[in-house]
Design a protein. Structure first.
Length: 413
């Protein structure tokens, strides 16, 4: 019996139930992944017990002998992995990381330019629902309605018209690679800070299958738990010239003490990402996405931009006669977990939009390959119809569980 089992059966039971659920279902949420057992272990240590306001060598509490070494280790690994001049590993997650960049370089009311949320941007890229859209004058660029691709000429036009303080590149739902040289040129043309939010594709950058924004951007933010496969947290990378401004914005500007136990997990994940096996993983993520996308297209699904060259797909379900929400709910009943999503030019509300988003980081981590991608596409084809039969959804859930059985999720193996 574990200590948790002895002392809190309620929580223990939920942990076990979640383990079983994650093992028995197919996870296609593009922003999720499974951490290794080493990462999980590193997050559950006595580093939970320490406050460390400040930075290594300059803390506001005593007793940092090990915390300083730990944070320095994570910083050095992050710099090495991405070739960055400076790294801050303290942001609690992606949204605070992005907010810290606003705090470092803009004042309330200043203009920022980023990708529209409904075209694949993120809330913190200036959505009206977010502090970044309430406190700053956010202007948005859209995808080209014909191609579903970023239109760099249009971004340049908007940048010249609005003269943003910060130009934001990056996305939560764009299935293609970004042209960072183009973004750099646009930022230079209007004297903007270039922020690249690589939260979604950081693991692909680490694995060498996506261009690295670090040489081009003033600042790069990333979460650590998506393709990068670490614990929930974030990192800000920047040029040395911006290091002070970024560090001051994170602490004391926005946060208190860093979550040291999470820093330990991030350090472990970064070491894993530095190994050659991670490049193999990243390559497989992209290959699985390509196979799944091609099969979905073959089966008549409408993929925004026609496919993918990263880890994710955005699918407009209008031609299937099913909304994104209905599809996501029925897929969940069939053991396939993904999220409903707005699509470019969305005409429905965000709580029941026209599309779904899916990605391959998690399934690739558990060892799925092209054969499993074809199977997933065939199940999606069966489930995403106006009125799927309840018993068939239950039967597919059983088939999904059987397929998953030999592929133990990392962390449980
Ligand atoms: N929630 C994340 C995603 O799903 O893309 C972004 O923060």
């Amino acid at each position: 019996m574990t200590v948790l089992e002895q002392q809190d059966q309620d929580v223990y039971r939920l942990v076990k139930a979640e383990e079983a659920y994650q093992q028995a279902t197919i996870r296609l949420i593009a922003s999720e992944n499974y951490t290794s057992k080493a990462v999980l272990e590193a997050c559950g240590t006595v580093f939970q017990n320490k406050y460390s306001e400040g930075y290594p060598g300059a803390r506001f509490y005593q007793g940092q002998i090990n915390c300083d070494q730990l944070e320095t280790l994570a910083i050095e690994r992050a710099k090495k992995l991405f070739g960055a001049e400076h790294a801050n590993v303290q942001p609690y997650s992606g949204s605070p990381a992005n907010l810290a960049v606003y705090l470092a370089f803009a004042k309330p009311g200043d203009t920022v330019l980023g990708l529209n949320l409904s075209h694949g941007g993120h809330l913190t890229h200036g959505s009206k629902a977010s502090a970044t859209g309430k406190w700053f004058n956010a202007v948005h660029y859209n995808l080209n309605p014909e191609t579903g691709l970023l239109d760099y000429d249009e971004i340049l036009r908007l940048a010249k018209e609005h003269r943003p303080k910060i130009l934001i590149a990056g996305h939560s739902a764009y299935p293609r690679q970004l042209d960072f040289a183009r973004f750099r040129a646009i930022a230079d043309e209007v004297g903007a800070i270039l922020l690249v939010d690589m939260a979604h594709f950081a693991g692909l950058v680490a694995g060498g299958v996506h261009p690295n924004p670090v040489p081009y951007a003033d600042v790069v933010t990333t979460t650590t738990h998506k393709t990068l496969r670490g614990p929930r947290g974030a990192i800000i990378l920047c040029k040395e010239v911006h290091a002070k401004a970024i560090d001051k914005a994170v602490f004391p500007g926005l946060q208190g003490g860093p979550h040291n136990a999470t820093t330990a997990g991030i350090a472990v994940a970064l070491a894993e990402a530095l190994r050659p096996s991670f490049a193999t993983y990243a390559k497989a993520v992209v290959e699985n996405a390509r196979v799944l996308a091609n099969e979905l297209v073959k089966r008549g699904f409408t993929l925004i931009s026609g496919g993918t060259d990263n880890h994710l797909m955005l699918v407009d379900l209008t031609n299937r006669g099913v909304t994104g929400k209905v599809a996501a709910v029925n897929l969940e009943k069939a053991g396939i977990v993904l999220n409903y999503n707005t699509v470019p030019g969305e005409t429905r509300k965000a709580s029941d939009p026209s599309g779904i988003r899916l990605g391959t980081p998690s399934v690739t981590s558990r060892g799925f390959g092209p054969a499993e991608m074809l199977k997933i596409a065939s199940w999606m084809d069966e489930v995403i119809v106006p009125e799927p039969r309840g018993e068939r959804l239950a039967a597919i859930a059983a088939e999904v569980e059987a397929l998953c059985r030999p592929f133990t999720i990392p962390g449980l193996a």
